[in-house]
Write a protein of this length. Structure first.
Length: 515
């Protein structure tokens, strides 16, 4: 249930950014039906059994992705045993497994968009406007052995403008699940609608920062520019973290991105030699540098094990990905996932490996197909090495983020638009205090890993202290040693095999308790 630690910062030890994310699909469904409904998120087996026996449910909906199909099997079995009158509805990506009907005991299996399906099923108006739930994007955030306080407004809110992506890359499950090439489902068509939803969330959750869960937010330029116009008129100094393809980003000038509040971009860094490439290698490097120069954090995503990769060229390809020096870097194995055109293609060619557990088909372990040049075992070695290489040569992502934040501040601190200045000033509050103490720790700890990275961290810390001489030095001196102690304690805990689990959430809506 962790995004960064599982697939982005997994080699970064105690510097890994850790947080859990709620199950947004079922939160969206609950918010948009008028029937009494409970959401039970991350249930233990005991909590699930208690809920099924304590209340009578006409319908039990189960949400899952493919890796968790075993859990869905067991949950269906429990419902039949403990609440035999309930209808079982299973939705989410798990529904894309060919033959799923024979694997689980459910009454309905829902492929694709679930809000309209559930409204239809319950006899409600499926075309009614979509109400957005209040979603705090991450919970129980921890880094360097410290759990950050869950203060209102501290963490970004998630906003979900659409599902699916019209680009239709053949390996992409989210695109395939919501209709494939040329198709997607928009919950909010216009910038005006989006603006109103964001104002509502801002007022309720007291946030300035939004995690925009849309596969390719910047692709829809008219909507984004309309949002910018409304933000300017209302003086909104918001930060937006978005997913976007390189060619979509290129539709904007850097100033447009900055004024729109784009502070974090997740983009695919496809190998220039692959057929998915949206830009040439040179251009990708230049784009990444430019974004960071403008204070926009870049999370790159690189696929390991593409068709053209061989043991001879893969090291070089990983090296060039690492050389883009993004703030964060996700590596994923090329993976035919059920439901995608790629899966069908591999299946037709007889290249899917037999007896692979679905729980292992997620791109962070080993190949599930026969690659022309790389073995299943080696796929894991190359993947693990990619994460390590990025960490070792570029340092902790927290340090890289600090670097980007400082560049943004230096460039925009005197910018004429007060919304933009306010945003960078907010970031600087963190950089000049707690983050500078973290830099002090990273500099010390990284000496053991890579001396030249440690020197670079030192240089950055000096720059921060030049900008904010009193507060930055004071916090490094006072908070630094505490953070160093907690970081080392965390390293020891992780070495002993400590893992973290999300808490269980129970949320009821339209609920009248029987008394
Ligand atoms: C947020 C997220 C996470 C969060 C999970 C939060 C959580 N509590 O589950 C984190 C970051 C932790 C995460 C982890 C992982 N994730 Co993830 N994640 C996403 C992401 C980015 C957004 C999901 C989301 O909220 N979308 C918006 C909502 C509205 O859409 P939705 O969930 O699909 O729900 C809609 C329908 O599916 C349907 N629906 C959903 N549930 C139900 C239930 C019922 C009853 C009904 C009727 C309908 C229904 O209705 C909803 C509204 O239309 C998606 C990509 C994406 N864009 O969707 C990947 C995605 C779901 N993740 C994926 C994967 C592979 C993983 C990991 C295995 C990655 C890894 N290697 O570590 C882990 C597994 C974690 C685990 N143990 O389950 C894949 C799943 C592939 C597949 N085909 O199964 C996706 C699709 C990304 C991708 N393209 O590869 N993930
Ligand atoms: S651009 Fe990204 S989200 Fe869209 S189909 Fe391709 S991989 Fe999927």
């Amino acid at each position: 249930m962790e995004l960064y630690h599982n697939q982005v910062t997994r080699a970064q030890g105690s510097f890994s950014l850790r947080m859990f994310h709620r199950s947004w699909g079922i939160m969206m469904i609950q918010e948009n039906i008028s029937a009494p409904c409970s959401v039970l998120d991350f249930p233990t087996r005991k909590a699930f059994a208690r809920e099924l026996t304590k209340n009578h449910y006409d319908v039990v909906g189960i949400s899952s992705i493919i890796v968790n199909v075993g859990k869905v099997q067991e949950m269906c079995r429990m419902v039949r045993e403990l609440s035999p009158d309930s209808a079982i509805v299973v939705g989410g990506h798990v529904a894309a497994i060919p033959g799923i009907e024979t694997m689980i005991d459910a009454d309905h299996i829902v492929k694709g968009e679930g809000i309209s399906w559930m409204r239809r099923y319950l006899g409600e108006d499926e075309h009614a406007p979509i109400k957005h739930p209040m979603i705090v994007s991450g919970v129980e955030t921890r880094i360097m052995g410290i759990r950050l306080p869950n203060r209102k407004g501290n963490t970004a809110a998630t906003i979900i403008p659409s599902v699916g992506c019209p680009m239709g890359c053949n390996f992409c499950t989210t695109s395939a699940f919501f209709g494939g090439k040329g198709k997607f489902v928009n919950f909010y068509e216009t910038g005006d609608e989006l603006f109103d939803v964001m104002c509502g969330i801002e007022a309720e959750l007291k946030v300035h920062s939004f995690f925009v869960m849309d596969e390719n937010f910047l692709l829809h330029r008219t909507r984004a520019m309309q949002l910018l116009k409304r933000m300017q008129e209302a003086g909104k100094s918001w930060e937006l973290s978005v997913f976007a393809s390189a060619n979509a980003i290129r539709k904007y000038t850097m100033l447009e991105l900055v004024e729109l509040g784009i502070s974090w971009v997740w983009m695919g860094l496809e190998s220039p030699r692959s057929s998915y490439s949206k830009l040439q290698g040179e251009e990708v490097g230049q784009l990444t540098r430019e974004l960071r120069e403008h204070g926009i954090r870049v999370q790159g995503s690189t696929i390991v094990g593409l068709e053209h990769h061989t043991p001879d060229n893969i090291v070089e390809e990983i090296e060039s990905a690492v050389n883009y020096q993004t703030d964060f870097h996700q590596f994923m194995l090329y993976t035919p996932v059920p439901g995608t055109p790629l899966y069908q293609e591999m299946s037709d060619q007889g290249r899917l490996l037999p007896d692979i557990d679905f729980a292992d088909v997620h791109g962070q372990y080993k190949f599930n197909f026969r690659h022309a040049a790389i073995s299943r075992e080696d796929s894991k070695r190359f993947l693990d090495w990619a994460f390590w290489r990025d960490f070792e040569s570029n340092g902790p992502s927290l340090y890289r983020m600090c670097q980007t934040m400082l560049k943004g501040w230096q460039r925009y601190k005197d910018y004429p638009d007060p919304r933009v200045r306010e945003r960078f000033t907010r970031e600087m509050k963190k950089l000049s205090s707690a983050y500078n103490a973290a830099l002090w720790v990273m500099e010390k700890e990284f000496k053991k890993v890579n001396r030249s990275v440690s020197d670079r961290i030192h240089k950055l810390r000096r720059e921060v202290e030049k900008e904010f001489p009193v507060v930055a030095r004071l916090t490094a001196a006072s908070l630094g040693p505490v953070l160093l102690w907690s970081t080392r304690r965390e390293d020891r805990r992780l070495a002993k095999g400590r893992t973290y689990e999300p808490p269980t959430f129970l949320e009821r809506r339209n609920w009248v308790s029987a008394s």
